[in-house]
Design a protein around this ligand. Structure first.
Ligand SMILES: [Zn+2]
Length: 386
């Protein structure tokens, strides 16, 4: 038998899912979307679960321009495939992709709503936190990238980024060395330098990491910058910003997401992306980003002391000159405890085996040459002169 199934298709180089229809043929899938069509043979397809509560079936494989993923809210495609000659791998992946996650979800959300409805604040608050955790856990990385990209575009339209080749090369060297030490990051990290004198850095969901030029000027070594960037990279990987945004979403959006509404993340992004950069993290989130950030610094062979050194420097400035702490340290009055925790871990673990960055620090960060940020995915400093 032949069947046609609707899905959300993610193409390479685009974080935007688009509607597509998939037809099962004798030897593979025929995929049709607004921009064209292509075929993927069964033996090149992998199946997995994803989406909220693992309620969706994801089929991935090579498209004409690179890897593609298809998200199916309806598992009808699995029964549609019965009787076809599939590879043993795909057959076993499909048999393991049965439902179940969705029912658990609906139950949980109903419980939360009941708790709120009956004025049981505790049940409501507890259940709401759990619902948000579960929702965040199952957001596909593609949607995370979409949210981060929207936020990057919204928050940075008023700002400019550094176009200078040397400073971009240096920050990318540091960032790429940190990312290379990660185990299979779910998305591509992108590093940009914002033309701002404020000492700050932030990460958006989906791997968009921004470092202010003012922070580079304040840092004495690449290791100090590596410490802050590692902290920000861990915020992104731990989905802290995403969790904060989902936690502020309306119950309607969360219920929609819980029952596998693909449009839910779109609604979330449109309403809250702009707030992402402004939201602050909890003390627990900061401590977690510090701890895992320091571990990443060790693995990427930067000098671990750079991280607490930079934190101490910022704190001194605050105390002596009244300069506000950067947001990555603004868990005041717990900054001291965070610095002490980092120092204790370095005492325990030793100095590691740091390898210096093959660049002259003062020279590499000497100029910013600001340019407008047109596309958060564009590589600043690569295409522009000088
Ligand atoms: Zn932080």
């Amino acid at each position: 038998m032949q069947g046609e199934f609707g899905c959300t298709l993610f193409l390479p180089g685009s974080a935007d899912g688009r509607p597509a229809s998939v037809t099962i043929r004798a030897n593979g899938f025929s995929v049709k979307h607004e921009g064209g069509s292509f075929e993927i043979p069964f033996h090149q397809v992998q199946a997995s679960k994803g989406g909220y509560g693992d309620s969706m079936l994801i089929l991935s494989g090579p498209g004409p321009q690179g890897p593609v993923s298809m998200y199916f809210a309806d598992r009808g495609v699995v029964s549609g495939l019965s009787g076809y000659r599939l590879s043993p791998l795909l057959a076993s992946q499909l048999s393991g992709s049965g439902g179940g996650g969705k029912a658990k979800w609906v139950l949980l959300v109903l419980l939360v709503l009941a708790g709120i409805g009956y004025g049981l604040y505790w049940v409501g608050a507890w259940g709401f936190g759990k619902a948000v955790d579960l929702a965040v856990e199952h957001v596909p990385p593609e949607w995370e990238v979409e949210l981060g990209k929207q936020a990057a575009t919204e928050t940075l339209t008023q700002q400019r980024v550094c176009g200078n080749v040397a400073v971009n090369g240096t920050v990318n060297d540091i960032g790429n060395r940190l990312v290379a030490a990660l185990d299979a990051p779910p998305y591509t990290f992108r590093f940009k330098i914002v033309d701002s004198p404020d000492v700050n850095a932030f990460a958006l969901p989906g791997g968009y990491v921004f470092v202010n030029y003012g922070l580079l000027q304040k840092a004495a070594t690449p290791d100090e910058v590596a410490g802050v960037m590692a902290h920000e990279i861990q915020h992104a990987l731990l989905r802290h910003g995403l969790r904060n945004v989902v936690g502020r979403a309306s119950i309607a959006i969360i219920v929609g997401l819980a029952v596998g509404d693909v449009q839910g993340v779109g609604g979330l992004a449109a309403g809250l992306a702009g707030e992402l950069a402004a939201l602050s993290f909890s003390r627990e989130q900061e401590e977690e980003a510090d701890r895992l950030g320091l571990d990443l610094v060790y693995r990427a062979k930067f000098a671990p002391g750079g991280m607490p050194d930079f934190f101490v420097k910022m704190k001194d400035e605050e105390e002596k000159r009244g300069i506000a702490l950067p947001s990555f340290l603004s868990t005041h009055p717990d900054t001291d405890a965070r610095i002490e925790a980092l120092k204790a871990e370095i005492t325990r673990r030793g100095t590691g085996s740091p390898e210096p960055l093959a660049r002259d620090w003062a020279v590499s960060i000497a100029a910013c040459d600001p340019i407008p940020l047109s596309d958060p995915d564009a590589e600043a400093g690569k295409a522009e002169s000088p």
